[in-house]
Every structure is written in structure tokens, then in C-alpha cells.
Design a protein around this ligand. Sequence first.
Ligand SMILES: [Zn+2]
Length: 86
Amino acid sequence: MAYQFKMECYPRRIRVKIEYDSDIPSNLRPQIAREIKESIKSPCSCGCDEVYVSLQARNLLDVKCYDCGTSFFELELEIDEETLEH
Ligand SMILES: [Zn+2]
């Protein structure tokens, strides 16, 4: 999967710490982290710079503030169905 990084200058680089739901497979986490870093340009209004990724459905994640629970966005995962079906 190819990612294109936009060369843009942000006033300040946001370093987001990410906590994952234990149900989220570890091989998907680097992809999720990339999406989060691309999408979150400013920390939560409560000042927390830590996000929690919870699994809503098999391929739907909710990215929210670790502190106050404000949802940033939902993230749909591209999962190879064959790896999940048994
Ligand atoms: Zn918050």
C-alpha cells in the first residue's frame, strides 16, 4: 500500500501518543498510527495529546481522546476478508 505524504508546513508538530484496544491486531497498528498522525493536526481541546483507539466493529475504529473521550474521527480499516474468515 503506497502512502503519499503531503509536504506541508504545520505551525507546530503534534506528537500524539496512541493507546490501542487490546482487540486490535498488532499488525494493523502501524497503519492506524499513520492514519492518526495524518488526520490529527491539533490536540484535543482538553489539552490531552493521547488518543485511544477502540474497536467499534470488525473493521471500524473510533479514535478518541484518552482523557475526556471526545471522538476525533472514525477510521475504517481495509482488512483482507480472507485473513479473518475461518
Ligand atoms: Zn480531551
